[in-house]
Design a protein. Structure first.
Ligand SMILES: *Cc1c(COP(=O)(O)O)cnc(C)c1O
Length: 465
């Protein structure tokens, strides 16, 4: 043991890690060696062993103290990929977050008046300007926004929802469950495929607090279907004097020309049509941080603000820093240039093909067989589930099989997420930042120098070094 602990190569580690922690890792390395010997497997010897031991200790320490939440390269082609953290922030937005995070800020301090301010006010005027709504507020995420709305406006009373809109979204958002927790009573109307305006009319009674419309984010009901138009719903809400609340999900602020987004409701249009409250996510098509935005009639938004639940659902200063800058980019008309989600959505397929070809040229002839392949990206995040965006990928074939390569890519220095098609690993370049092409190149050139060994390798350690 002391052979390892007094090793000159470990001395610098003691400056960074507690001695006991280094000792524990050294013991683990020795245990592993003994295990190998007992199993009759080869172990390094002599001079080689002398170098092997401290190197292993260092690798283990680095693994143990590495951030558990790390950046990855998303080569899946799913732009708003929930499992990969949804929207990446714009670089200028991220820089502002970092600056604000490490200092004091005017989060709740009115700098002009020198008195207590409200965090809400940091974004409300931007939300008004961008959506045309009278008022707006923000909470933790869209699920929280809906909980707050229902709890404020409908506790103990009925909320009408079409049976075709009782959605479940990945990551355990189930509309009926959220509604139950809010204290509102779900009154389902219509059927799964057909709901008429008269279904809502017939269900309306004294106990009805509001009418809720929900964007069926991640599925489509096709074939023999009907749902009333938004205008009809607004008309009904006006006639019966109940608010119409619309959960639009993905947070498209204004209508987009992009083919994949043609059918997505835009918040501005929905407000313009007369919807009383609209809620949506901050980290889907909006391209900002996790947040739940609510815009609509001032009187209703004020009631939301006064609900004590708001205190529990509020956004922290980092969220506000990111959201305010993201919204400012929209106001400046710079979202297409600055926000990764919009850059990826709009990237011309031809540009992606050129990148795919270049990557193939650079890595061809190594341990992998590569070709340029037509691919289809998805918006993700519950927008346009069926709209495939034409894209280009590098398709990689290895003798060891696509599964092995896919697992290995996930264990790369910067983990790479990819999908498998026809025993090839497909790296869709639409969701890969252009500057990340070199990470793909490095990984493909390096395979299979450090093969995955029986699952023994911790993620994120494979590399060429
Ligand atoms: C994504 C989504 C939600 C949940 O949004 P979060 O911000 O993840 O809480 C709710 N409703 C709809 C329609 C959605 O698409």
């Amino acid at each position: 043991m002391s052979l390892v602990l007094d090793h000159p190569a470990l001395q610098e580690l003691y400056a960074v890690y507690p001695r006991a922690v280094v000792r524990a890792q050294a013991a683990a390395v020795l245990d592993e060696l003994r295990g190998r010997i007992a199993a009759g497997r080869p172990v390094p010897e002599g001079e080689e062993l002398f170098e092997f031991l401290p190197a292993q200790v260092r690798v283990r320490l680095e693994q143990r103290f590495r951030p558990t939440l790390r950046r990855v390269v998303n080569a899946t082609g799913v732009i708003v990929f929930t499992n990969a953290g949804r929207a990446p922030l714009g670089a200028a937005v991220a820089a502002h977050v970092a600056e604000t995070a490490a200092a004091y800020s005017n989060l709740e301090y009115d700098l002009e008046r020198g008195e207590r301010g409200k965090r809400d006010q940091l974004v409300e005027s931007r939300l008004r300007a961008l959506t045309g709504a009278e008022a707006g507020t923000v909470c933790n995420n869209a699920a929280a926004a809906l909980l707050l709305i229902l709890n404020t406006l409908a506790v103990g009373r009925k909320v009408l929802v079409s049976r075709g809109e009782l959605i479940e979204i990945g990551g355990s958002f189930r509309l009926p469950a959220v509604m139950e927790k809010s204290g509102a009573i779900l009154r389902e109307v219509g059927t799964t495929n057909k709901t008429r305006l008269s279904d809502y009319e017939e269900a309306l009674d004294e106990e009805t607090a509001l009418i809720l419309k929900v964007h069926p984010s991640n599925y489509r009901i096709v074939g023999f279907t009907h749902a009333p138009s938004l205008e009809e719903m607004v008309g009904l809400a006006r006639r019966c004097g109940r608010p119409l609340v619309y959960d639009v999900g993905s947070g498209l602020l204004e209508r987009s020309d992009l083919p994949a987004l043609r059918a997505e409701p835009a918040v501005g249009d929905v407000i313009h049509a007369g919807t009383d409250l609209v809620c949506f996510s901050g980290d889907k098509l909006l391209g900002g941080p996790q947040a739940g935005l609510v815009v609509g009639r001032a009187e209703l938004v004020d009631r939301l603000r006064r609900n004590p639940l708001m205190r529990a659902l509020r956004v922290d200063k980092l969220g506000y820093a990111a959201l305010e800058r993201t919204l400012a980019l929209y106001e400046q008309g710079r979202q297409q240039v600055e926000l990764p989600v919009w850059r990826m959505l709009a990237a011309p397929a031809e540009e992606l093909r050129v990148r795919a070809e270049r990557l193939c040229e650079r890595v061809g002839g190594g341990g992998v067989q590569v070709r340029v392949k037509q691919s289809w990206s998805l918006t993700g995040g519950g927008a346009a589930p069926e709209e495939r965006i034409p894209s280009w990928a590098v398709a990689v074939r290895v003798p060891e099989g696509a599964e092995r390569l896919e697992v290995w890519l996930r264990s790369f220095r910067i983990p790479i997420l990819a999908r498998i098609e026809d025993d090839e690993v497909c790296l869709d370049l639409r969701t890969v930042f252009p500057e990340q092409d070199e990470v793909l190149e490095e990984a493909l050139l390096c395979w299979p120098r450090e093969p995955v060994q029986g699952g023994g390798r911790a993620p994120g350690t494979a590399g060429c070094g």
